[in-house]
Design a protein around this ligand. Structure first.
Ligand code: SAM
Ligand code: SF4
Length: 456
């Protein structure tokens, strides 16, 4: 059993002890969080236990402040691409679980994967999250690396992140060679007993094999990593603190924390063995946990999927989320044609990428299709240094402007172009460094003339 990564006793004790905090102490923590240096696990536990309405408002205000200070106005967009729903595991909550005999199973061929990627690209996306079930015969490492190679070779998709089962070091090395962006893996629940209950069979039943996957990825040279917990399986406060423990462990051991934290909330799924959510989370608590994560780990991106409703997603844009998916399908081949009974779970926000772009603009944000960092090797420790020094923002804003400009020229209607140009103008004004502003304007001109994929 792997010890010292997640200390359940410590988390439980912290949550129990911080139940009765006074307002003054909470305000001190919130004030400290505005310095953008993050919070300790102890401080985070205290914020998680806040129920007072006026203090909750203070937490939201601070999250808005930190979010804007570090990330500016950009929201990065992506879409998932499911290559297979075949799976030998039996996670109780998932539509792909082996015991779901009624699911229509499919593993896409390389050509079919490229077709899906092209469909995603036609929406205007540049960034894909490749997802598949775990089946050693169907979704092995070659299935994934062949997919990456074919998409990069045949589409204008510039970054492929992967959410797939834990691998061995040698397999991670192949993923790295294939040009993976972020390797993302959700522990589902960090609570060992709940994990055991939810994963009764298959390779995934091994909690430690999953928990140590990111160690093996780092050993293989992948330093761009994403973590997450499937919220609703166990107490969300426990999961938030455990994610922070996991981050801290990685940072202390490798000098690199996770690049992103995802906050997937449990959804109904066709063929799920769970008739109800074991630990339901209200929308208010969900907003609170996102805002608190923003304060606790200000430099870690927060990813939000279409599992959440349109209204809640719109609200969360300002509370700390930095990346969102849009126009998503959760079945293999789903972008080409809808197949019944092949989805992993039911999504809630069904807006198209175009609709989402409009919402982002109307909320005063700028949509970003940027994929520059990993192509410029700004990952891992190097990324963290730039982020902590506040310099990453200098790249993000111009790159958001440039990629949004491309998107407008290639995919938008005349009316949307006019609106988008206004957003670009405003975003340009926000670039303080005059040299950088000039260089961005020069690149914008080149894009007008037909050049593409320009970035800093
Ligand atoms: N099969 C691999 C694994 O389990 O790690 C890779 C990807 S799995 C298809 C992607 C993620 O979907 C899981 O890690 C889980 O958190 C999430 N998921 C599964 N069932 C879900 C449900 N009913 N509602 C929301 N998210 C779900
Ligand atoms: Fe398979 Fe992943 Fe679904 Fe579990 S969550 S059944 S491993 S696809």
């Amino acid at each position: 059993m792997v010890k010292n990564i997640i200390n359940e006793d410590k988390i439980n004790k912290l949550l129990a002890e911080s139940n009765q905090m006074n307002g003054k102490e909470i305000m001190e923590i919130i004030t400290k969080s505005r310095e953008c240096n993050g919070l300790t696990i102890e401080e985070t536990a205290k914020l998680l236990n806040v129920t007072d309405k006026s203090l909750e408002k203070e937490i939201f205000d601070a999250a808005r402040y930190v979010k804007e200070k570090i990330y500016g106005k950009r929201i990065v967009l992506f879409a998932p691409l499911y290559t297979s729903n075949e799976c030998t595991n039996n996670c109780l909550y998932c539509g792909f679980r082996a015991a779901n005999r009624e699911l229509h199973r499919k593993t896409l061929s390389v050509d079919e994967i490229v077709n899906e990627a092209k469909n995603i690209e036609q929406q205007g996306h540049k960034r894909i999250l490749l997802v598949c079930g775990e089946d050693k015969k169907k979704t092995h490492i070659t299935h994934i690396t062949d997919a990456l190679a074919a998409i990069y070779a045949n589409c204008d998709i510039r970054r492929i992140n992967v959410n797939a089962a834990p691998m061995m070091v040698e397999e991670f090395k192949r993923l790295k060679e294939a040009g993976i962006g972020t390797y993302q893996l959700f522990q589902e629940t960090y609570h060992r007993d709940t994990y055991k209950m939810m994963h009764p069979a298959g390779i995934k039943a091994d909690y430690d094999w999953r928990l140590t996957a990111l160690d093996r990825a780092l050993e293989a040279g992948i330093d761009d990593l994403g973590i997450g917990a499937l919220l609703g399986l166990y107490d969300y406060k426990f999961e938030v603190l455990a994610m922070l423990e996991h981050s801290e462990y990685l940072f202390n051991k490798y000098g690199v924390g996770p690049h992103t934290i995802s906050v997937p909330r449990l959804r109904p799924a066709f063929g799920s063995a769970l008739k109800e959510t074991p630990y339901p989370i209200s929308d208010m608590d969900f907003k609170k946990l996102v805002a608190i994560l923003r304060l606790a780990v200000p430099y870690t991106g927060i990813i939000l999927s279409t599992r959440e409703s349109a209204a809640l997603r719109d609200e969360l844009l300002s509370l700390g989320v930095s990346q969102i998916s849009a126009g998503s399908k959760t079945s293999p081949g789903g972008y080409g044609h809808e197949e019944e009974k092949s989805d992993q779970f039911y999504t809630t926000d069904h807006r198209t990428l175009n609709q989402m772009i409009k919402v982002i603009c109307d909320s005063g944000y700028i949509p970003s299709f940027c994929t520059a960092c990993y192509r410029r090797c700004r990952t891992g420790e190097h990324f963290m240094e730039l982020a902590r020094g506040g310099e990453i923002h200098e790249f993000c804003q111009p790159n958001a402007i440039l990629t949004f400009k491309e998107n407008l020229l290639d995919y938008a209607s005349q009316e949307d172009i006019a609106k988008g140009e206004e957003i670009i103008k405003k975003a340009l004004e926000e670039i303080e460094d005059q040299e950088l502003k000039k260089a961005t304007m020069e690149k914008l001109e080149l894009i007008e003339k037909g050049q593409r994929d320009l970035y800093f």
